[in-house]
Design a protein around this ligand. Structure first.
Ligand code: AMP
Ligand code: MG
Length: 362
């Protein structure tokens, strides 16, 4: 009975960047452009920041601002530590109105809409289920996973926690829950919204070319050496077999595009020979079945994050319907029986680096 933590470092997408001066073939104006890279540990993962600019001081200032914003939002939006959301989770079961921060209200409003569009598959109101599966203990190396009882799972499911149970009063910045089973966990969304925000900070500080990569979930602006940023997508096989190729596909991103992946290898427990991963199907209360990973490309990083989680749960049969509902055009889904499904738009852009013949689904 051992709790095993998915290795965050291994779970990172491999971003193909040239960690040196951008030189060959540059015009004279570009010759002074340099790639500045820094790695932070924030949001429970390694975040790689790559900026292309001719001003090293400006690059460092921007990196410092990005780092501070990530840390602030991580504290604010952590579900069970003592920040703004942690406080909210302590008060929700009172079923009375109470005050919270604008950053939590904004997250609630955005995720409300996305939860509805995903037919409830993206459901940040299931924080109690996520705790029941003990994913709040994953970083605790002494922790021993125990299988949640079917009764405990059923009892939470029957109470139907959902985002629509939260009432928001925008004038007073107060919220309340109408359902005592609601607890909020934005693990599927907060990183995307945070990336969207730091990209805005970069733009406001005249950084035109950048890649922000938070543990494999990323957004780019501008170009690298006047060419699109080229990104490698992690091969889910690598989690079980370190000698498998690291990358299963590559894709070139245009300015303002985000690429997010949800994978069953990212966070999980092994228990009595079975694998219990962190993406919970709100319809069953158990880890979603049938999917190994889903990669979504779209402009908004928050949408990309919520959608990758929702499509993971939707699985090999239902993902095209949920993608349409959420307005997502570019999808790759790898199933537990090792099939690769692509949306037509994704099929046109992705470079698959495997012999598996993809199935293009309309
Ligand atoms: P991601 O890696 O973006 O797919 O997010 C997974 C994380 O989101 C988990 O670690 C949980 O904290 C949370 N989560 C799990 N299942 C769901 C779900 N059905 N809807 C919303 N959030 C979820
Ligand atoms: Mg997500």
């Amino acid at each position: 009975m051992l709790g095993v933590r998915g290795d965050v470092i291994n779970s990172i997408f491999y971003v193909i960047v040239i960690a040196a001066l951008i030189m060959a073939g540059c015009s004279s104006e570009e010759e002074s452009l340099e790639l500045h890279q820094q790695q932070l540990f924030t949001f429970g993962t390694l975040v790689d920041i790559s900026l292309v600019t001719d001003d090293p001081e400006q690059a460092q200032l921007a990196i410092d601002m990005v780092s501070a914003e990530f840390d602030r939002l991580h504290t604010d939006w952590h579900p069970w530590q003592d920040g703004a959301l942690g406080q909210v989770n302590k008060q929700l079961s009172s079923l009375e109105f109470f005050s919270t921060s604008p950053s939590v209200i904004s997250l609630l409003q955005q995720s409300n809409l996305l939860s509805e569009k995903s037919a409830g598959l993206f459901n940040p109101a299931i924080g109690k289920l996520i705790k029941l599966w003990q994913f709040d203990q994953l970083e605790n190396e002494q922790f021993q996973f125990t299988m949640p009882s079917a009764e405990a799972v059923q009892s939470l499911l029957q109470q139907k926690p959902q985002m629509q149970d939260i009432v928001i009063n925008n004038d007073t910045m107060q919220i309340k829950s109408n359902n005592p089973a609601v607890s909020l966990d934005f693990g599927a969304f907060a990183k995307g919204v945070a990336i969207e925000r730091v990209i805005k900070i970069l733009k406001a500080n005249k950084i035109q070319n950048a890649l922000i990569n938070a543990g494999g979930d990323l957004k780019v602006i501008g170009t690298k050496n006047e060419r699109p940023w080229r990104i490698g997508i992690k091969n889910p096989d690598q989690a079980q077999n370190p000698s498998a190729p690291a990358v299963i596909a590559a894709i070139k991103l245009h300015s303002d595009e985000s690429l997010f992946t949800s994978g069953n290898y990212e966070r999980f427990f092994e228990f009595q020979g079975k694998h219990y991963h962190h993406i919970i199907d709100p319809r069953t209360g158990y880890p979603g079945r049938g999917t190994r990973s889903v990669t979504v490309l779209t402009k908004d990083a928050g949408l990309a994050d919520a959608a990758s989680t929702a499509l993971f749960i939707a699985g090999p049969e239902q993902w095209p319907e949920i993608a349409r509902k959420m307005g997502i055009e570019y999808v790759m889904l790898i199933s537990t029986d090792d099939r690769i499904y692509l949306s037509p738009a994704m099929a046109e852009r992705i470079e698959l680096l495997t012999d598996v013949e993809p199935e293009i689904i309309r």
